[in-house]
Write a protein that binds this ligand. Structure first.
Ligand SMILES: Nc1nc2c([nH]c(=O)n2[C@@H]2O[C@H](COP(=O)(O)OP(=O)(O)OP(=O)(O)O)[C@@H](O)[C@H]2O)c(=O)[nH]1
Length: 130
């Protein structure tokens, strides 16, 4: 595990009317059926902000502005290690189209922990839930 490459993954915490956007992964592939923040892997030569804007455009067809970093959490899954870098984002334009997820939900911060989350997201959600 110690020599494993750590994947840098960005997560956009998009807020609207006091609620936070969660998306649910498909029932196949990584973390099947679990809820997460939209985002993905950071590509070479890309900043975290670039990666968030690209992923949210690709996955949800929305344009966001990255407002501020939240927390970074390192999580070791059985098959991979991920550094999840979360950022608060402001929605600028676009209407959500689910291109890569099966469901989405706008969730009050105190209800985020009611969702079955990817393990790396739990510390982020604990922080947001206060
Ligand atoms: N997008 C996203 N991925 C997360 C979160 N938490 C977490 O453990 N991951 C994991 O991070 C990894 C990369 O996410 P991804 O599959 O969305 O990345 P991507 O869009 O670049 O994928 P791709 O390889 O299909 O292009 C996956 O193993 C995913 O399960 C999260 O909150 N958001």
């Amino acid at each position: 595990m110690q020599n494993r490459k750590v994947l840098r993954v960005v997560a956009g915490v998009v807020k609207k009317d006091g609620k936070i956007l969660l998306t649910q992964r498909y029932d196949k592939g990584d973390e099947t059926g679990l809820w997460e923040f939209p985002g993905g892997k950071v590509e070479t030569c890309e900043t975290d902000s670039d990666a968030i804007c690209r992923e949210l455009e690709e996955e949800l067809a929305i344009q966001v502005e990255v407002v501020s970093p939240l927390i970074e959490t390192l999580h070791h899954y059985p098959d991979k290690s991920i550094l999840l870098c979360s950022y608060e984002c402001q929605w600028i334009s676009g209407s959500i189209l689910l291109r890569c997820h099966q469901k989405m939900a706008w969730v009050e911060p105190e209800k985020l922990l009611d969702f079955e989350l990817s393990a790396a997201d739990v510390p982020v959600v604990r922080m947001l839930a206060g």
